[in-house]
Design a protein around this ligand. Structure first.
Ligand code: SF4
Ligand code: SF4
Length: 151
């Protein structure tokens, strides 16, 4: 379930900047794609075997370059619009279904799904001007910088 107040704007920011987000899927996701014969999706998943039998399922690995895709292969721009959709919406991995985890997570990673959040780069400026008796402006600048740094 999405956090209260969240409405996806379909801006595509999260899917166009995969470096900033988790790049693995769960065993549950992987097993679901196997069970439903989604070879198209599995072609973009790479399994890393770890000592002790554990595994990491990395997404989205370009099957031709053997490296992380620069943007998600399932992202499609809507014709004539500056909005996007997920081509595997019904079966997308949990990490996508659960994003953003919280309003703070959205702010930190540049998600535009919360109307009450101004763009992260302006947050420090607004707070420092609206709270003259509060923390020094440089602190809020640091906060804003941190907010725009991918996790
Ligand atoms: S960044 Fe946020 S608002 Fe934009 S598409 Fe992703 S979830 Fe939706
Ligand atoms: S699978 Fe869908 S939701 Fe997840 S990153 Fe790709 S386009 Fe975005």
């Amino acid at each position: 379930m999405y956090p209260q107040g969240f409405v996806c704007k379909r801006c595509g920011h999260c899917c166009l900047n995969l470096d900033g987000y988790a790049t693995t899927c769960s065993e549950e996701d992987f097993g679901r794609w196997v069970a439903t014969g989604r070879a198209d999706i599995l072609a973009w998943v790479s399994t890393v075997e770890l000592p002790g039998g554990a595994r990491i399922r990395e997404i989205w690995i370009d099957p031709e370059r053997f490296d992380h895709a620069l943007r998600c292969p399932w992202l499609r721009r809507l014709t004539g619009e500056n909005r996007y959709e997920c081509r595997i919406e019904d079966v997308k991995p949990g990490v996508c279904r659960d994003y953003p985890y919280t309003a703070a997570h959205a702010l930190r990673t540049g998600c535009r799904g919360f109307n009450h959040h101004p763009p992260a780069r302006y947050t420090g400026l607004i707070l420092s001007q609206s709270e003259p008796g509060g923390l020094p402006g440089f602190f809020w600048s640091m906060l804003a910088d941190a907010a725009t740094t991918p996790v």
